[in-house]
Design a binder for this molecule. Structure first.
Ligand code: ADP
Ligand code: MG
Length: 240
């Protein structure tokens, strides 16, 4: 589904991504771990072209995302993104947050968009919150709405950037549980997370990123129980 070769990204003189190669299969769950500042967010943002890579190849369902004249908006619609800080529209109800893009961008009728939104609210366990405003929700509820909103566009892949890092500990589980459900349903997912339990249980593959490159990758049990790279070993000592 996604094919990345020799991806580079610099901000001025600061080379943040130094040649990333990664292939993500349809239905695969890839969890990216690594220290702060290692380029994980920049990498996700390059995947859906929120950042323009400096160099490299980026294929999505066979389309070259970096080719000139590509319909970036259409491709981006196929990638749902969930951020650390939810980014819900504060002046809109939960239902409006979820339906605005399907209506405005995809041209769905309000009925069609509402029906899908209620289905997604059931999936994330928030059927009773359709008419609530984000300010009345807990962080965990807001993040579940953000996931529903991304899913409403019917993406082929979901990108998560530390979706539970801003949450109080007691709310982490409810968000991870929605993500587990999605994974079980076969959603292709690329997840940056410090939740090692989630990675162990759900990841098909774990990527350890440091200093702008993939230092090590493998099955969860390989990375967590038998890390080969010294940097991976050091990182895991600190977080486990
Ligand atoms: P991580 O998500 O692993 O913590 P980031 O991708 O956020 O790492 O950041 C990696 C590096 O890229 C940092 O040094 C950061 O300062 C730099 N960086 C990220 N975004 C920008 C930007 N928009 N402009 C300049 N530098 C940036
Ligand atoms: Mg980050």
């Amino acid at each position: 589904m996604i094919n990345i070769e020799n991806l580079h990204k610099s901000f001025g003189n600061n080379e943040v991504l130094k040649g990333i190669d990664l292939t993500v299969q349809s239905g695969e769950v890839v969890v990216i771990i690594g220290p702060s500042g290692s380029g994980k967010s920049t990498f996700l943002r390059c995947l859906n072209l929120l950042e323009q890579p400096t160099k490299g190849t980026l294929l999505f369902e066979g389309d070259n995302l970096l080719a000139k004249g590509n319909d970036i908006d259409r491709l981006r619609q196929k990638m749902g993104m969930v951020f650390q800080n939810f980014n819900l529209f504060p002046h809109m109800t939960v239902l409006e947050n979820i339906t605005i893009s399907p209506i405005k961008v995809k041209g769905q009728s309000m009925d069609e968009a509402n029906e899908k939104a209620y289905e997604l609210l059931r999936l994330v366990g928030l059927s009773d919150k359709a008419t609530s405003y984000p300010s009345s929700l807990s962080g965990g509820q807001e993040q579940r709405v953000a996931i529903a909103r991304a899913l409403a566009m019917d993406p082929a892949v979901m990108l998560f950037d530390e979706p539970t890092s801003a949450l109080d500990p007691e709310m982490v589980g409810e968000v991870l549980s929605v993500m587990k459900t999605l994974a079980k349903e076969g959603m292709t997912m690329v997840v940056v997370s410090h939740e090692m339990g989630f990675a162990k249980e759900v990841a098909d593959r774990v990527i350890f990123m440091d200093d702008g490159i993939i230092q090590e990758e493998g099955l969860p049990e390989e990375i967590f129980d038998h890390p080969q790279n010294e940097r991976t070993q050091d990182f895991l000592k600190k977080v486990l």
